[in-house]
Design a protein around this ligand. Structure first.
Ligand code: UTP
Length: 228
């Protein structure tokens, strides 16, 4: 049986503000090569589409949980785009919940999910799915090349941390603001789940496809490794 691996694919790398079809094609090629060796569970984020809808919904007066639902819908829309790019052997719809994803895994090599419930991000979905699958490994492909001492987009003295433990990660990500919409390198709820389930997590820049491939294969990669 193939080893099962969950990859959280940040919507911000799949769908930044501009047209990204060639990146999606390249990512799909890497994932197709990985699916020969691994059963892939791909949890896709909302990216710029989520950000736009959440901004518009907030301006129209929606509460945060309703805005979260917009984020969940856009993550599923993005997952559908990845399904198209992946071609065959893929469960044809984003699974709505973990039971559906796990049963789809009995028949397909690639399963996608988007968000599930308000109050967290797709990183937390990926961590929960990895826990349900009893995985000891999770890969988070995001828009920064690892965990920094503070937000590198706001603090020029921020330093990348190549390796850290669950508690230090929790300390760093707990400082993030709440509310709908993407804002932190790794969701605090996801950090709690990887700690309780002892899931080693690799955080890589998803645009660095070589590092993404190496992280999945358990080889050296550029990014941050989170362990117990
Ligand atoms: P993302 O998972 O895309 O946020 O969810 P992110 O990880 O911070 O951003 P990227 O994609 O890596 O850039 C987008 C929004 O959708 C809602 C939340 O509001 C979240 O901020 N969401 C998503 C949920 O409420 N529940 C979910 O399970 C997933």
């Amino acid at each position: 049986m193939k080893e099962e691996i969950v990859i959280s694919i940040g919507g911000s790398i799949l769908l930044p503000d501009d047209d990204n079809v060639s990146y999606i094609q390249e990512l799909a090629e890497i994932l197709k090569s990985l699916k020969e060796v691994y059963k892939l569970y791909l949890v896709v984020g909302g990216g710029s589409t989520a950000r736009k809808y959440i901004k518009w919904g907030r301006s129209l007066g929606a509460d945060e949980a309703t805005l979260d639902e917009l984020g969940i819908s856009t993550s599923k829309l993005n997952a559908r785009l990845l399904i198209i790019a992946m071609g065959k052997d893929v469960y044809p719809i984003p699974a709505d919940n973990f039971d559906e994803a796990i049963s789809a895994g009995n028949h397909y090599s690639v399963i996608t999910m988007g968000g599930t419930h308000p109050g967290h991000t797709t990183d937390a979905v990926a961590a929960m799915l990895a826990e349900r699958l009893n995985s000891d490994k999770l890969v988070n492909a995001t828009s920064v090349d690892g965990v920094y001492t503070s937000d590198p987009k706001k603090d020029k003295d921020a330093k990348k941390i190549p390796e850290l433990d669950y508690d230090r990660l929790l300390e760093i990500v707990s400082k993030s603001e709440g509310g709908a919409g993407p804002n932190v390198v790794f969701d605090p709820l996801a950090a709690k789940i990887i700690k309780r389930a002892n899931i080693e997590t690799s955080i890589v820049d998803g645009r660095d496809l070589e590092s993404l491939k190496n992280a999945v294969r358990g080889k050296e990669f550029t990014g941050t490794r989170v362990t117990g």
